[in-house]
Design a protein around this ligand. Structure first.
Ligand code: ADP
Length: 275
């Protein structure tokens, strides 16, 4: 039989098997334009609970935009995007009629998603602890004490328990990024978007950040969308790798498929250029 935990996909189709038979995340015919520029040209993509998905491709191909759409930071121009089978941008009224999502709906959906950015985006005037607890108290309504306990255990995971009362300016880039990772994960989102999280770091700091992500990935529960230029990292962490170019998915498969048996000329060229 097919294991509950093992989703089976076919490109462009529903997730055939999986938790409740539904993908955790589903992009359906999603396009996105900025003015006249169409940067996402029709994406169908599903992610299952706990799945680690790496997104690779030339810069400008739309990877960040795809991640930002999941975080509701960008709205699709057409198509639909849903989490746990619930559309992000639409909601049903009491009579079951569809209408545009209101702010409360978007806020509720956003709680399922975390995002870590290239440039950390920590609050400079807040301590490490407060950076990590802020949304716990203000969004989830936890007490300071409960939030503090949750933050401490998360900061321990990223190796920064001793920096609780430091300010971001007192940290290295790698440490800042680990705080940003803790801040995203402490909310216990179902899926976290990691958008080029090592691109702004000095090369010697990249390893510590990737190591933390790998550790968290091992725990398994959180689905991850890893937008990355680090091919070794993608290969090690991802269950599935997606190669996109010019707003479309060109190829997808296991890390072995993508890195050892690339099918398209485009992917071969992309991988060769990196060597
Ligand atoms: P990638 O992450 O693959 O490098 P992006 O999603 O960042 O690609 O960008 C895709 C394209 O969309 C680029 O041409 C970029 O300049 C454009 N773009 C992204 N955001 C905006 C925006 N807010 N306004 C206008 N153009 C944008």
């Amino acid at each position: 039989g097919i294991l509950e935990s093992q989703a089976v996909w076919r490109q462009g189709e529903e997730c055939l098997y999986g938790e409740k038979g539904k993908p955790l995340v589903e992009y359906r015919g999603v396009t996105k334009s900025f003015g006249d520029l169409e940067v996402i040209k029709g994406i169908d993509l599903q992610m299952h609970a706990g799945e680690k998905l790496a997104f690779i491709g030339p810069s400008g191909s739309g990877k960040t935009t795809l991640g930002r759409m999941l975080m509701t930071l960008e709205r699709p121009t057409s198509g639909s995007l849903s989490i746990d089978g619930v559309p992000l941008w639409q909601m049903q009224d009491k009579k079951g009629r569809w209408k545009p999502a209101n702010e409360a709906h978007l806020r509720a959906m956003r709680e399922k998603v975390g995002m870590v950015f290239q440039h950390f985006n920590l609050f400079p005037h807040l301590t490490v602890e407060r950076n990590v607890t802020l949304a716990l108290t203000s969004v989830l309504g936890l007490t300071r004490e409960d939030a503090g306990a949750r933050a401490e255990s998360m900061l321990e995971k990223v190796g920064l328990l001793d920096k609780l009362s430091s300010y971001p300016s007192q940290l290295s880039g790698g440490q800042k990024q680990r705080v940003a990772i803790a801040r995203a994960l402490v909310m216990r989102p179902k899926v976290v978007v990691f958008d080029e999280v090592t691109s702004a770091l000095d090369p010697e700091l990249v390893g510590e950040v990737l190591a933390v992500i790998k550790e968290i990935a091992k725990e398994g529960e959180t689905a991850m969308m890893l937008i990355t230029h680090e091919m070794d990292f993608a290969r090690e962490v991802a269950d599935r790798v997606i190669f996109g170019a010019e707003g479309l998915i060109v190829e997808e498969g296991t890390p072995e498929d993508i890195f050892e048996r690339p099918q398209s000329e485009r992917l071969r060229t992309f991988l060769n250029r990196l060597q």
